[in-house]
Design a protein around this ligand. Structure first.
Ligand code: R5P
Length: 289
C-alpha cells in the first residue's frame, strides 16, 4: 500500500512498524551544511507511491521541522501519490494562545506548515485550551497511548493510585483509570516560571498504598513531576513517574530517578522508554488501508 520512510528522529521505530505492517522500509538521507542548513534525499523513487513518514520532532525540534518541510515538498515535486506523517512527538502545541501582546500562536502556525500532508497522525498531542486537535489542525488525527500505558501498569503494579499532576492531565489519566477500573486523583497546578510550578495540597492518608503512579503527557524539566511527587508521597510508599513524551531536559531523568521509578514511551527514545508504541502506530497505518 505504501512505503515507510524512517526520518532522522525515529528510524528504529519506523523499521519495527514497517515489519509489523508488512510494508517496505526506506531510510531518508539528511545532511547538514556547516552553516546548519539541511539537505534531504530519498534512497529510492517515490513516484506514484503513498509515502508514510515516521518522525519524532526531538531532539533539535527546529531541525526536525525543516527536515519534514523539505521531505514533504520534495516528495510532492517527485510525484508521490499521498503523503502521510506519523509524528511520535510533535512540538509547539503548548503555545496555543497569545499569552502576551504581539506574540505568536505557534500551535496554529506550525499546523499550517503541515497542510502539505494528506494526513498527520500525532501521538498524544498536548491539548490545553483547544479541546480537539482538529479545531486548528484539520488534516490530523490522534494516536492514543491509553492501551499501552494501561497494559504496562497492569503488568508491573498491583497496589497503586493513579495521579494526574495538573488539570489537563485528566485527559490521559482518566481513560487509563477506566481501563484499569480504578479511581484517579487530579491535582491542581499553577506555573510560576517555565521551570517552577506549585501544586495543590492533598490530605495525607494513614494507610498508604504501595505505589503512586503519576501520569503526564510531557516530562520536560521534571518540575511538574517533582512537585506532584511531594503530594503523591502522602498517599504511597513509592512513586512511579509515567511521561508519554520523555524530553528530560536539564538532567530531569537523573533528578526523577532519585525519587522514584521513571517510565516513558519510545516516542522519544531514552533509558526510560519502557513502553513501546510500534503496535499503536502500526494500528493507525492499518486503518488507512
Ligand atoms: C504542560 O502543561 C504539560 O502537560 C507538562 O505538564 C509539562 O510540559 C511538564 O513540564 P515540566 O517537566 O518542565 O514541568
Amino acid at each position: 500500500m505504501g512505503v515507510i520512510i524512517g526520518c532522522s528522529g525515529a528510524k528504529n521505530l519506523a523499521k519495527a512498524v514497517a515489519k509489523k505492517s508488512k510494508l517496505s522500509y526506506s531510510d531518508l538521507i539528511v545532511e547538514k551544511f556547516p552553516d546548519g542548513e539541511l539537505k534531504v534525499r530519498f534512497k529510492s523513487s517515490v513516484k506514484g507511491k503513498t509515502i508514510i513518514f515516521i518522525q519524532s520532532y526531538f531532539p533539535a525540534v527546529n531541525d526536525k521541522l525543516t527536515e519534514m518541510l523539505l521531505v514533504a515538498h520534495t516528495a510532492k515535486e517527485l510525484k508521490s501519490k499521498k503523503l502521510i506523517l506519523m509524528a511520535l512527538y510533535f512540538p509547539y502545541l503548548r503555545e496555543d494562545k497569545r499569552f502576551e501582546k504581539h506574540e505568536s500562536i505557534s500551535a496554529k502556525i506550525i499546523a499550517k506548515f503541515h497542510k502539505i500532508f494528506d494526513k498527520v497522525f500525532i501521538v498524544e498531542p498536548h491539548l490545553h485550551r483547544f479541546k480537539r486537535l482538529r479545531a486548528f489542525f484539520p488534516n490530523t488525527e490522534k494516536i492514543s497511548t491509553t492501551k499501552e500505558i494501561s497494559a504496562y501498569i497492569k503488568k508491573n503494579f498491583k497496589d497503586f493510585v493513579l495521579i494526574g499532576p495538573d488539570q489537563e492531565s485528566a485527559q490521559w489519566v482518566e481513560p487509563i483509570a477506566d481501563i484499569l477500573k480504578t479511581k484517579s486523583i487530579i491535582l491542581k497546578k499553577k506555573r510560576l516560571t517555565p521551570e517552577k510550578v506549585k501544586i495543590s495540597n492533598i490530605k495525607a492518608e494513614k494507610k498508604k498504598v504501595k505505589t503512586a503512579i503519576i501520569i503526564d503527557d510531557i516530562i520536560s524539566t521534571g518540575g511538574t513531576m517533582l512537585e506532584a511527587a511531594k503530594e503523591a508521597k502522602k498517599l504511597a510508599k513509592q512513586v512511579c513517574f509515567i511521561g508519554i513524551h520523555g524530553i528530560f531536559a536539564k538532567n530531569a531523568l537523573n533528578k526523577l530517578k532519585k525519587i522514584g521509578i521513571v517510565v516513558s514511551t519510545n516516542s522519544i527514545p531514552s533509558a526510560a522508554s519502557k513502553i513501546d508504541l510500534s503496535d499503536a502506530v502500526a494500528a493507525a497505518i492499518k486503518k488507512l488501508k
